[in-house]
Design a protein around this ligand. Sequence first.
Ligand SMILES: [Zn+2]
Ligand SMILES: [Zn+2]
Length: 414
Amino acid sequence: MAEPDLYSILNVTKNASASEIKKAYYKLAKEFHPDKNPEAGDKFKEISFAYEVLSNPEKKDIYDRHGLQGLKDGLGGGGSSSDLFEELFGGLFGGGGHGPFGRGFGFGGPRKPQRGEDMVHPLRVSLEDLYNGKTAKLQLSKKLICPKCQGQGGKAGAMQSCRTCGGRGIKVTMRQLGPGMVQQMQSVCPECRGEGEVINEKDRCKGCKGKKVIPESKILEVHVDKGMRDGQKIPFRGEGDQMPGVEPGDVIIILQQKENDVFQRRGNDLFMTHTIGITEALCGFQFMLKHLDGRELVVTSEPGKVIEPGSVKCIMEEGMPTYRNPFQKGNLHVKFDITFPPNKFADEKQLKQLEALLPARVDVKLPTGENVMEVDLMDYEPNQHGSHDRREAYDEDDDEDHMGAGPRVQCAHQ
Ligand SMILES: [Zn+2]
Ligand SMILES: [Zn+2]
């Protein structure tokens, strides 16, 4: 079986010139850069390593003559190259490494991920929490390396290479398809469940029953800072499941903001709707607004300032605090809905008095003649109850006379 070939990793031949190697590297590095291709895993590291060796005449010479083993010996202890070498190719030479070629090339133990998966947890928070900041305690269950056996699964030496798969964690089955044609099929070894190692029942650690890890429930203190947003991620480095020989992944908390009854948020600005009466809209008003931190704002609109229906006014710096700069705040926008008085709220005399105060009517010239007809305005509310059944919508007042068939429009006689 062949060991990984640095030339094929870069897609070049053994006679490739330095500039061809460089070209090939730039092309692949672009394609497999983790920013662009996060699924490619270690591919980028392999490419970088292959280039590091083949672009260095001294290293290239060692590799050409002695292969990877020669490089490994040559690199010696320490240094970034040797660390990268261990990370990438350690599995090739046994000794518990987890190189990416461990399985594919049939060397060493089974392939294990180098870093565990991240665990994502949502955290529901209120807009008040995001305004004021808070510390939330989140309980989560994770796997911990068994403290009794330090993740060995048993006493030293109890762990044995699996005989069924020869320690590779995979079972290879050959199937003769025809003369000279063999299909090779790989599956996870049923004996060791892909671990490559087995342990006798009597030698198993009592703490973890030979599983190397134990379940643990842990409480994380999540600091929700002022100004954080819906969807913002709070990472806890290395708090994911532990596994022997694997760097644990992160726990990532994702904030989910609950709807607020009063405020909507857009960026650092807050939006709300406030309903006032016609008198307030025309004559000025004050109202009390309870803010997200419990302060009570008295909002004043001076007499004489007319508020139109649907108009939006702004209260400066009463929006959300800025993340990491909480003394700087967005603005609060208030949209005004205006309620009008009910029908017949005043008698004729009062209406005259009121009209005297209001702006003069628009003078309308009424036409005369045969073609002119006077008609009345009736109330018409097609979707009174949000119902799609027209009949139901108009059947509210039983004392009303509905005229004949056809769409029964309720007309109020006032
Ligand atoms: Zn096995
Ligand atoms: Zn144990």
